[in-house]
Design a protein around this ligand. Sequence first.
Ligand code: BYC
Length: 470
Amino acid sequence: MSIDYSERIPNNVDLADDRRLQRALESWQPRFLQWWGEMGPTLPTQDVYLRTAIDVGREGWAHFGRVRVPDYRWGIFLAERNPDRRIGFGQHKGESVWQQVPGEHRASLQRLIVVQGDTEPASVEQQRRLGLTAPSLYDLRNLFQVNVEEGRHLWAMVYLLHAYFGRAGRDEAEALLLRNSGSEDSPRILGAFNEETPDWLSFFMFTYFTDRDGKYQLGTLKESAFDPLSRTCEFMLKEEAHHMFVGTTGVDRVVERAAQLMRAHDTDDLAPFGGISLPVIQKYLNFHYSVSLDLFGGETSTNVANYYSSGLKGRWQEDRRRDDHVLAHSVATVEQPEGDRITGVEHPALTALNHDLRDAYIADCETGITRWNRILASHGITGHRLALPHVGFNRKVGAFAGWHVTPGGRIVDAATWAAGRPSWLPTPADKAYVESLMRPVYEPGKIAAWLAPPRNGINGQPLDYEYVRF
Ligand code: BYC
């Protein structure tokens, strides 16, 4: 199912057949470009070696080439339609999927699409200054790739709002460009998207932990009975894989350089040698992991029970679950704080679905920890381990909000928390140190000293390829 690039808005949804929709989106397009100009990457470039989607099929969907970033062809790409697709869960299980939005689910679906859409431009805003300090042209190119694709994911949600939600949808599409990350007056909807991404260690942690929340949320929306949403998310997930690759391998490289310096100088304090010490890496990890856990909403939620029962949002890999896919009589155990202990409490499985998704996410996050500890071990470093903090650590949303929980999972009082905080979360001094390492390295093949080089180039290109030209 190839994409028509002769159109003003590249698409595979036969936009030309619906003049009204086409006109509406064409009038949103200049506003998007204006937003990109004002809130997108600040670094001017001549061109960047980027991939662009040319097909939505399994093989060969991407084309690589040098692109002037403002000329990137953002468009509307949905995975191929399966005419036999049926609803896989909830009260409508077994019925045909919906090609239109049922009136009774309009508000909820719109809300889910707006929340999803809001995160995409938010991340571009958070990352807009990182181009000024990239550790290599390879990394700079990856940043731009992530940014243009987040821009396209915004297009994906805006298409749904315009095509299926009438006037209210068009208004929401406008509003997606008006809220801004970190703004006092009109912030982005979800907490993590109002945090700063001021340095590249934060960027790697963000693409590891926060983009991974995106993978899981998109995975649940891919199950949706609303077929256009499902198809959109299916294709977005393809693009998302590279974003998490950037995070995984980015942290790999920081850990690798830390390990090399620890061995070479027989010390844990890497500041004199221009590396990032493991305790600082751990603190950044603690921060990004805990704010990303907040993105799953409350452990128990009637919203999610309703989304599931009515077919709007499924579970991660719904079709691999061996149960009735209705869950009316199932229960699940959820940890929650009680006095000075954390206990498991049984809830109806339906209300615990955010927790269910979060569990799958946590298991996935553990794979990164295993890999980074393996890198340390391969350098003979056995006394230090990275670890995920306890789920209750540093939480603002859900059962642990308002509680003080240590990374090890102990409930403590406010004073103990305040005393421990500098060893658990990045301090102003940690941030200033990481910031001091952020110097652009824009000579082809060269790389900043605080991280190891990548193992491979992009799309088979050598590491000294000129990935970005100025
Ligand atoms: N911050 O019933 P509750 C991505 C609100 S990332 C602020 O516990 P629910 C990406 C909630 O909206 C994936 N508010 O939770 C990554 C609700 O408000 P209303 C983004 C929050 O509804 C990197 C109230 O609190 N996609 O794609 O079951 C780069 C009670 O909530 C937060 C999605 O999230 C928070 N953290 O689940 C680029 C998917 N958490 O409605 C992109 C769409 C909760 O009572 N969204 N609230 O006014 C959803 O599925 C759900 O809305 C949530 C919350 C999972 C977010």
